[in-house]
Design a protein around this ligand. Structure first.
Ligand code: ATP
Ligand code: MG
Length: 366
């Protein structure tokens, strides 16, 4: 899919304007604090109905306005679509798809698919398991509505179990047992889908890592899971047993210690744990490889590639890696921001924009 244009009014520091994008690489360059990330954020908002930076929608409205509107027109195989997000400082946001009001944010998912990468995204590689699970959850929720629903049921059941564990109920074991069953069933669904996702992602991520590193680096990934088993039934049975076995120590601690809410993805470059031994550039490359692989997996599953949003990712990559990365714009639409531009890294047909005090102008089409 491709974004044709995006327009905004009262959004952050961006001036009221419409920006027409090229179907390949779009580069937004400018000094610090000019509005580059705000622009990427506006596209992300149309994709997922929320900001990648804040949960407070009011922050997105320009300080001197009461309302903001972001619109995005995009093309999919089956035709043109548009998303409109209305934000207000004193009302909750409204989402419209082709002019029709969407009662729930979840109904927006899967229309305009994006894969977002900011400097913080390196945490997928070098921070905690929670960051890697978040990566899985965000992607799978976009790809698979059943995952989204299973995840929200799982989270609710886990919260209920944890609340009970802290309570002084007399029938604690029986009451907790009710939630064990639901957690095991939903947990097994999440684990199976995560494992399948990692297996499918792996060959794509390996190919991307190899391309960006000019064949120097072999990436490997492995889903590290709390229980063993291949089928839903096997995993659910093992999961329930694990919860039952841990009941006493869970009561002592007051929360559920084990489960897929603690699972992880292990990442290796040339056989070494990239979190411990990878250089900054290798870690950045591995994180990018996962994200680009994600776009390719999306394409395989849905027949259409999502749009890749790259905020400020070039700075830690050498010029060979930058060039190899940006060549992916032959396969998918990329929106990229940067303070400095090395034009030699940019492929033909790149559209270069300048961002200055919230005003975006076309500078050059290569
Ligand atoms: N609600 C808002 N209303 C008006 N301006 C805002 C609002 N929120 C943020 N800004 C301003 O927008 C400006 C641009 O922010 P943005 O994060 O897009 O910068 P940037 O171009 O990505 O800079 P950098 O290169 O440092 O990342 C900032 O100076 C910020 O103070
Ligand atoms: Mg920025």
């Amino acid at each position: 899919m491709k974004i044709d244009n995006v327009s905004f009014q009262g959004f952050r520091n961006l001036e009221t304007q419409q920006i027409d994008l090229a179907p390949t690489l779009n580069v937004f360059c400018g000094d610090n604090a000019q509005g580059k990330t705000n622009l990427i954020e506006s596209i992300y908002l149309c994709s997922l109905g929320r900001s990648p930076r804040t949960d407070n929608d009011k922050e997105l409205v320009n300080w001197s306005c009461d309302n903001a509107v972001v619109r995005c027109n995009f093309s999919r195989k089956f035709g043109q679509l548009n998303v409109e997000v209305n934000l207000s400082k004193n009302k909750s946001k409204k989402l419209l798809l082709n002019g029709n009001l969407l009662p729930k944010v979840s109904q927006l998912l899967g229309n305009l698919n994006t894969v977002y990468f900011s400097p913080q995204e390196i945490k997928i590689v070098n921070q905690s398991p929670a960051d890697r699970r978040h990566f899985l959850d965000v992607d799978l929720c976009q790809l698979d509505k059943n995952y989204f629903f299973a995840l929200s049921r799982f989270k609710k059941a886990l919260t209920q179990r944890n609340n009970l564990l802290k309570s002084e109920s007399e029938n604690l074991q029986d009451e907790v047992g009710v939630w064990d069953e639901q957690i095991a069933q939903e947990g097994a669904t999440l684990i199976l889908k995560r494992k399948e996702f990692c297996q499918q992602l792996k060959p794509f991520a390996q190919a991307v890592q190899s391309k960006i590193s000019q064949g120097e680096e072999l990436l490997n990934l492995h889903y590290l899971c709390c229980v063993e088993g291949d089928s839903h039934e096997q995993i659910a049975t093992a999961y329930k047993k694990m919860l039952e076995d841990n009941f006493q120590s869970d009561v002592e601690r007051g929360y559920t210690q084990n489960g897929c809410q603690r699972d992880d993805i292990l990442l290796f470059v040339n056989g070494k744990d990239v979190k411990k031994y990878g250089s900054q550039g290798q870690q950045r490359t591995a994180a990018l490889a996962l994200k680009i692989a994600e776009t390719q997996l999306f394409e395989q599953r849905t027949g259409e590639s999502p749009i890749l949003l790259l905020d400020d990712v070039l700075s830690e990559l050498d010029s060979k890696r930058q060039k190899a990365l940006l060549e992916f714009s032959n396969q998918l639409q990329i929106v990229l921001t940067a303070c400095f531009l090395n034009k030699e890294s940019l492929p033909k047909s790149t559209k270069i924009f300048k961002v200055e005090k919230g005003n975006v102008t076309i500078q050059e089409i290569l």
